[in-house]
Design a protein. Structure first.
Ligand SMILES: [Ca+2]
Ligand SMILES: [Ca+2]
Length: 91
């Protein structure tokens, strides 16, 4: 596989790993999303100063407001973070 294909496979595997915790593999519940952030994006959580900001971050993930984070919502988060990081790295 190419590097990009590998990156895509890792994204899918990461989502599936955390989404399966409550038996519903199709989406991340709030709790699963929080665990995923703690384990996979600790730097992002550290940047959030308090619980309210963490909640806002988790709420912001759920674009369609169904209280679950599905794969497309997860990918949008990763893409947004990647863009932010890419912009910062270029400067
Ligand atoms: Ca789930
Ligand atoms: Ca959702």
């Amino acid at each position: 596989m190419t590097q990009l294909e590998t990156a895509m496979a890792i994204l899918m595997k990461t989502f599936d790993t955390y989404a399966a915790a409550d038996g519903n593999k199709g989406s991340l519940s709030k709790g699963e999303a929080k665990t995923m952030l703690e384990k996979e994006l600790p730097g992002l959580l550290k940047a959030a100063k308090n619980q309210a900001e963490v909640d806002k971050l988790l709420g912001g993930l759920d674009f369609n407001g169904d209280s679950e984070v599905d794969f497309s919502e997860f990918v949008v988060l990763v893409a947004a973070l990647t863009c932010a990081c890419h912009g910062r790295c270029k400067k």
